[in-house]
Design a protein around this ligand. Structure first.
Ligand SMILES: Nc1ncnc2c1ncn2[C@@H]1O[C@H](COP(=O)(O)OP(=O)(O)O)[C@@H](O)[C@H]1O
Ligand SMILES: O=P(O)(O)OC[C@H](O)CO
Length: 499
């Protein structure tokens, strides 16, 4: 029998990727395609859901062609995706009724503040593990129903379907045969009760969402359909789904309570596995479903940071300060510190642990001596400082220090950032050999779903460290910098409060 492979579809915020893995969890081939970011108004972010599908489908075909295999050699497909991003489409034509409203989009911020002012935060936290914020799908879906002409009436008649990106891709891959989402993605909508893992009727009422729009919630690892849209009469099992941050947690093999990973992509997402226990944060972190495998639901505590690697993109594409993302490291290494400059990259408000929807990006400490290199370094340091704020909140919730963080995502290639991260945390930071951890997690879930791997124990030993970063500066040396960051955050929030 020829060797078979697992195909992971990783639909991220800025690009669609398809990655083929072998039984050892090694990458065989990768294909990637960026797609258009739409900013129709300040603080609005949209994607064309058709373009997402087209880009995802094209990389799927490309990776198979590049690997020189046939579709019959793909044992299963796993999907992982940017979470919360909201699509509504017509069930009969499969045409979206509006662009996908992206997780970063702030158009429903005022409505979310209203929910807070009405005192609904404790109820929402209790049911969903989330805090009222424009980040989550519920208010985005409500916005579409309230603003797209005819959408609400058609939704009530059962003509429309809602889904996050996993759901949209599953629909397209099966030519509309399945309307499903996995429990980890559903836990990010603010419509699912994290205890029962079912849609919550009180929340549907609160957000005025007709139940007929909603997909079926399924486990993260199980054959739920087969492909219909790839090659006629080739039916590859669709056997795994997880939101990208939960998939990264799984790919990093953080499957024991207390294990922590941080992904540095567009945003940064620090997750701690908490096993079957629902841990409620006293420090403004989220409680989220990690995955459901074999009827067992496991949870995580999460700190979501909206702008991580995106600050590097902005310095590149917005300010033309660098030509390629990788140039930031060379530029920032040209100076030994930021010369007192701090950037608070609150371009989309501030996420955990501050949750300030009105905050906006700010730069402090400019002088005539400030150079491009200082700004570049301050941009990188801002990523690490934000992660520190979340890690401190997590340690306080856990009641113990975190011993190590496993890191992944596009920005972890940056050694300066990783070393600074480690210094500012005074915690070892470890980068794995397989850097496509999100896709690997989705591949594992799909592979377990079809019996390609037999058990979690079967894949556990596949995780291997590439590089450990240990502190090369003391806490005493880092403290003045951290104090400066705390002042910058305070000032940035004060700026927002005035609005
Ligand atoms: N050398 C680098 N240093 C810092 N950040 C980088 C570097 N290379 C890429 N990035 C950042 O990594 C992010 C892309 O990572 P990726 O994991 O692909 O993100 P996503 O899944 O959100 O699309 C971008 O925001 C980019 O700016
Ligand atoms: O696509 P990424 O990697 O930026 O991840 C986005 C997150 O899923 C948003 O919650």
């Amino acid at each position: 029998m020829p060797e078979k492979f697992i195909l992971a579809l990783d639909q991220g915020t800025t690009s669609s990727r398809a990655i083929l893995f072998d039984k050892n969890g090694h990458i065989i081939q990768v294909a990637q395609k960026e797609f258009t970011q739409l900013y129709p108004h300040p603080a609005w972010v949209e994607h064309d859901a058709e373009e997402i599908w087209a880009s995802q489908f094209s990389v799927l075909a490309e990776v198979i062609a590049k690997a020189g295999i046939t579709t019959s050699e793909v044992a299963a497909i796993g999907i992982t995706n940017q979470r919360e991003t909201t699509v509504v489409w017509d069930r009969s034509t499969s045409r979206p009724v509006y662009n996908a409203i992206v997780w970063q989009d702030r158009r429903t911020a005022d409505y979310c503040d209203q929910l807070k002012n009405e005192g609904l935060t404790p109820m929402l936290q209790e049911k969903t593990g989330l805090v009222p914020d424009a980040y989550f799908s519920a208010t985005k879906l409500k916005w579409i129903l309230d603003h797209v002409p005819g959408a609400r009436e058609r939704a009530v008649k059962g003509e429309l379907a809602f889904g996050t990106i996993d759901c949209w891709l599953s629909w397209k891959l099966t030519n509309g045969k399945v309307h499903v989402t996995d429990v980890s993605n559903a836990s990010r909508t603010m419509l699912m009760n994290i205890q029962t893992c079912e849609w919550d009727t009180d929340l549907l009422k609160l957000f005025d969402i007709p139940a007929s729009l909603l997909p079926e919630i399924i486990p993260s690892s199980r054959i739920y359909s087969v492909t219909e849209a790839i090659v006629k009469n080739v039916n590859i099992p669709l056997a795994g789904i997880a939101g990208d941050q939960q998939a990264a947690l799984f790919g990093q093999q953080c499957t024991q309570p207390g294990m922590v990973k941080n992904t540095y992509g567009t945003g940064c997402f620090l997750l701690m596995h908490t096993g079957e226990q629902i841990v409620r944060s006293a420090n403004n972190l989220l409680t989220t479903v990690a995955w459901k495998i074999n009827n067992r639901v496991e949870y995580a505590v999460e700190g979501s940071i909206f702008i991580g690697g995106a600050i590097v993109q902005w310095l590149r594409d917005g300010l033309y300060m660098i030509r390629a993302s990788a140039d930031i490291e060379t530029l920032a290494t040209g100076v030994s510190d930021t010369n007192g400059v701090y950037i608070v990259p609150a371009f989309a408000g501030l996420g955990a642990p501050h949750w300030n929807q009105q905050a906006r990006g700010t730069i402090f400490g400019l002088t005539r001596g400030t150079s491009k290199a200082h700004i570049a370094r301050a941009g990188l340091e801002s990523i690490a400082f934000q992660v520190r704020d979340v890690l401190k909140a997590m340690e306080s919730d856990a009641g113990m220090p975190i011993k190590e963080i496993r890191v992944d995502g596009g920005a972890t290639i940056n050694n300066l950032l990783m070393q600074f991260q480690c210094n500012v945390l005074q915690v070892p930071v470890v980068r794995p050999q397989v850097y496509e951890t999100t896709a690997l997690g989705a591949a594992y879930l799909a592979g377990l779903g079809v019996g390609y791997w037999e058990s979690i124990a079967d894949i556990q030993q596949q995780w291997k460290a590439d590089k450990y970063f240990y502190p090369d500066k003391t806490m005493e040396e880092m403290e003045p910098l951290i104090r400066g960051w705390n002042r910058a955050i305070k000032a940035s929030i004060a700026w927002a409060d005035e609005t």
